[in-house]
Design a protein around this ligand. Structure first.
Ligand code: ADP
Length: 166
């Protein structure tokens, strides 16, 4: 039984993330999506909101769970008995920092291996931050994020704009 942790901010979840989840779930017995509680990153959605949106988007996906964590990913991996950390890779620009993190994690815990899953071509340029920008300027985000994320994302960004420009 191999457990994999898929850590990230997921602020918010996109089809790119879901694609990685589905492909990881085909390889590993159990996939734990680990939502990072990182207030210093000033997330648009609270950890609780991100977790419920992910749960809703997942629907029936056996073997896939959602959890939150703070601190080191490797500590969380140990906690849930994971032997694998899954990360998605998009452009070459992702590579350097991801490689650094993987090497550091390996040093901290040699029993846990980072596995990179390359993005699908259609998700190559998809990122949570780009989606937030697109939504902020009224772009159509429906094809990039799960249906249940569209409403909250539009709502939240409109509210943020009102705060910034009252
Ligand atoms: P983080 O802040 O940890 O980068 P993200 O939520 O942005 O959190 O991403 C979590 C993981 O999902 C990372 O491994 C990232 O590379 C991957 N990811 C994000 N968007 C995509 C995408 N469009 N295709 C493939 N992987 C992706």
């Amino acid at each position: 039984m191999i457990t994999a942790v898929y850590p990230g901010s997921f602020d918010p979840l996109t089809h790119g993330h879901l694609d990685i989840v589905d492909r990881a779930a085909r390889i590993f017995d159990r996939v734990v999506i680990a939502v990072l509680e990182n207030p210093s990153k000033r997330p648009l959605f609270s950890t609780g909101e991100r977790v419920s949106m992910i749960r809703e988007s997942l629907g029936e996906r056996p073997g896939v769970e959602v959890s939150t964590f703070n601190g080191l990913t490797i500590d969380f991996a140990r906690q849930v008995g994971a032997k694998v950390i899954v990360r998605g890779l998009r452009a070459v620009s992702d590579f350097e920092s991801e490689f650094q993190m993987a090497l550091m994690n390996r040093r901290l815990e040699p029993e846990v291996t980072t596995v990179f899953i390359p993005t699908s071509l259609r998700h190559l340029f998809l990122s949570s931050s780009l989606i937030k920008e697109l939504a902020e300027f009224g772009g159509d985000i429906a094809e990039f994020v799960p249906a249940n994320v569209v409403g909250p994302l539009k709502q939240r960004l409109t509210r943020e704009q009102q705060h910034e420009h009252p």
